[in-house]
Design a protein around this ligand. Structure first.
Ligand code: DQA
Length: 157
């Protein structure tokens, strides 16, 4: 049976393609989602992709993934840097057994000072940043890897 993965993108990511293409690339979010679903299927993962500009909606989706026992790929966008509500929901999902990979298209560590803090990173299983849309695909590869079973899986958490 395929493992389910909820792929969540946060505020302003619906504008991908036209939003600062020199930073975020020229692919639209729909194109990124298509790649995620295709790569996920190839890796044996059943990926559902969602986007919201609304913090409460993202918290609700993280709770949904936690309750379903799904793994999570999360691009929290600007919420990365200040949303304790999103971070708390991530911690909750982790405590329920979901693995959670934080992803970014750009590399926030190499950008403005305010982007160099992630309140999500301390409660994530890991972070992939700086590879454009490939950051999402690399996160899927991490979730599909050998650490996703048994004892290694528990250690990866
Ligand atoms: C981002 C980086 C964030 O700093 C920014 O607020 C975003 C996108 C990224 O994917 O590179 O909206 O998460």
């Amino acid at each position: 049976m395929s493992r389910s993965v909820l792929v969540i993108s946060g505020p302003n990511l619906a504008a991908l393609g036209s939003r600062q293409p020199e930073v975020y690339g020229t692919q639209t979010l729909a194109e990124v989602h298509d790649q995620v679903v295709t790569e996920g299927a190839a890796l044996g993962l059943d990926c559902q992709c969602r986007q919201s500009d609304d913090e409460a909606q993202i918290v609700a989706w993280l709770h949904e993934a936690a309750a379903a026992g799904s793994d999570i790929v999360l691009n929290p966008a600007a919420f990365t840097h200040y949303s304790y509500a999103v971070a708390d929901a991530c911690a909750h999902a982790r405590s329920r057994g979901s693995r959670l990979i934080e992803v970014h298209l750009s590399n926030p560590a190499a950008r403005e000072g305010f982007r160099q803090v992630s309140v999500v990173a301390p409660v994530a299983s890991g972070t992939v940043a700086g590879f454009g849309a490939r950051s999402y695909l690399l996160a899927l590869q991490a979730l599909a890897g050998p650490e996703s079973t048994g004892r290694q899986r528990a250690q990866a958490r």
